[in-house]
Design a protein around this ligand. Structure first.
Ligand SMILES: C[S@@+](CC[C@H](N)C(=O)[O-])C[C@H]1O[C@@H](n2cnc3c(N)ncnc32)[C@H](O)[C@@H]1O
Length: 194
């Protein structure tokens, strides 16, 4: 049973909101891309994952693939929104035409953005990363888009449930530092914002 979003939003966020970013392997691709990775634990159970996201977090973003979208949306609460990460430069596979060059992201909950804030689009255009030593490392600009879309604020608690390279957490630290005016330490941040 999924909890009710309106009920969750009535909670007081005195100590910051709890956000999760879930970037699991694509359905059916876990063994191929991550079979020899230390945190590989077979196929991810998306039913269990989405129930846990709803139970444990005020808001979340779940990365998926266009072929898995129908399956995953059927497991989600009605209130979710779907955003798109479009990849001007993407990896083309021989014999796959049209190419898969975008990735859906499912969003649930988050802070309402006031009129004082710039309007966030429901898509972001950013190239894939290369030569990071892991398949699917997320670019910093993509992560910043997730944080803005969800209405995150410094002081919130962000849990990166499938950390891989650690790029999402590194981007979170950089984004928070930028928002609070603290020194920007991560090269990821400078790379994305110039
Ligand atoms: C798409 S990658 C995450 C990439 C990460 N967001 C980044 O930017 O580097 C998915 C990660 O989940 C791990 N993984 C694979 N199967 C898993 C499982 N059943 N449970 C938890 N983690 C798993 C993979 O080894 C990989 O590190």
């Amino acid at each position: 049973m999924l909890p009710n979003l309106a009920g969750l939003q009535k909670l007081a966020y005195r100590d910051g909101m709890r956000f999760a970013i879930a970037d699991p392997p694509y359905i059916g691709q876990a063994a191929k891309h991550y079979g020899d990775h230390p945190d590989y634990a077979g196929e991810v159970d998306h039913d269990e994952l989405i129930a846990r996201l709803c139970a444990d977090y005020h808001a979340w973003a779940l990365c998926c693939s266009s072929p898995s979208l129908q399956t995953i949306l059927a497991l989600c609460p009605e209130e979710v929104r779907v955003g798109a990460w479009v990849k001007p430069f993407a990896s083309f596979k021989p014999g796959v035409n049209p190419a898969y060059a975008w990735e859906p992201v499912i969003f649930y909950g988050g802070r309402k953005r006031g009129r004082d804030l710039p309007t966030v689009r429901d898509w972001v255009a950013e190239n894939i990363t290369l030569k990071k030593g892991l398949s699917g490392v997320k670019p910093a600009a993509f992560c910043f888009w997730l944080f803005e879309f969800l209405g995150c604020e410094p002081g919130d608690h962000l849990h990166d449930l499938f950390p891989g390279s650690g790029a999402v957490t590194a981007a979170w630290e950089s984004w928070c530092a930028r928002k609070t005016g603290a020194a920007i330490q991560s090269p990821l941040f400078a790379e994305a914002l110039g």
